[in-house]
Design a binder for this molecule. Structure first.
Ligand code: SF4
Length: 297
């Protein structure tokens, strides 16, 4: 039986309220709402404020977020603070250029080491709080027909490392065994339509980039985005393309200095960048070889 059954927002609010006691027992500040201030995070935060439960906000900057999203997040955090909420804005521990040079390969779809460092990194500000994310499962026909009930601690196989990654195996409750932390994803079953309907109904201000046609906001050049989106991003923010090219240049220099293989067709920063941004690169032998290399580091 689903104790929380109702329209998606009412269901989510009931769940948020139901687990508040547990959240306060874990940390007197209440839930830690981890937000990127993209559309899903904005809805998540609104639900928490409507629920009237104890919570605070935490944002992890990556250094490669769209500037418009960064300004929007800062403005929102100012408002949350004025509204009496605690806010924590965490800076990245290192730049993507440094990270890539250290790892000797660019982040790849199958090897997103940057997330672990830039988004997943545990910070003291989280303490023992239950972390709440606005992640959602990918929309699928199967899911639309068969929504999951609340699931708690499914076991080690459900260990999830990417907090902002939308994947079909996301659960409302997740336990990260690596850090012994609990995560609560109250809108995991929401569709994109649910998000926009809720957002419009409650007149939630969203980042201006959605009006420019961006459907998902995140790191500029993220390997999880398709070629079309990445090219569109680099056209919109050419400075970030320059930064990635610089990262490729430094990585090639490091590989040469260490006598590591320089892959065919990836001898220059521009060529390697083109390979990296193109969906054609996915699943090639070179990509597998690079991932193997990373394992050896
Ligand atoms: S969202 Fe993409 S680019 Fe950003 S840290 Fe994660 S994998 Fe890297």
């Amino acid at each position: 039986m689903n104790l929380f059954k109702g329209p998606p927002d009412e269901e989510a609010i009931k769940k948020i309220k139901y687990f508040e006691k547990l959240a306060i027992e874990s940390d007197p500040r209440g839930y830690c709402v981890c937000t990127s201030e993209g559309k899903d995070s904005r809805v998540l935060g609104h639900l928490y404020r409507r629920a009237g439960v104890k919570h605070f906000y935490l944002h992890s900057g990556t250094g490669i977020d769209p500037p418009e999203l960064v300004y929007f997040q800062r403005e929102n955090f100012k408002k949350y603070k004025e509204g009496g909420y605690l806010t924590y804005d965490i800076s990245p521990s290192k730049s993507i250029v440094k990270l890539m040079t250290e790892r000797r390969i660019p982040p790849l779809r199958q090897c997103r080491y940057c997330c672990a460092e830039l988004k997943e990194r545990r910070v003291p500000e989280q303490a023992r709080a239950i972390l709440s994310f606005g992640v959602r499962k990918y929309e699928s026909v199967k899911r639309a027909k068969n929504r999951d009930d609340l699931e708690i601690m499914k076991g080690a196989k459900d260990f999830v490392i990417m907090p902002f990654d939308n994947a079909d195996n996301r659960r409302e409750f997740e336990t990260c065994y690596q850090f012994v932390e609990r995560r609560f994803n109250p809108i995991v079953d929401w569709t994109t339509t649910d998000i926009w309907n809720y957002s419009r109904y409650w007149k939630i201000e969203q980042c201006s980039l959605y009006d420019e046609g961006f459907e998902r906001l995140g790191c500029i050049g993220c390997p999880m985005a398709g070629e079309y989106t990445r090219r569109k991003e680099f056209e919109r923010w050419p400075g970030f393309k320059k930064m990635w090219l610089y990262a490729f240049k430094k990585t090639i220099e490091t590989r040469k200095a260490e006598g590591l293989q320089i892959y065919k067709g990836m001898e220059t920063p521009e060529d390697w960048f083109e390979w990296w941004i193109s969906d054609r690169s996915r699943g090639t032998e070179d990509e597998s070889q690079m991932i193997l290399e990373l394992d050896d580091l």
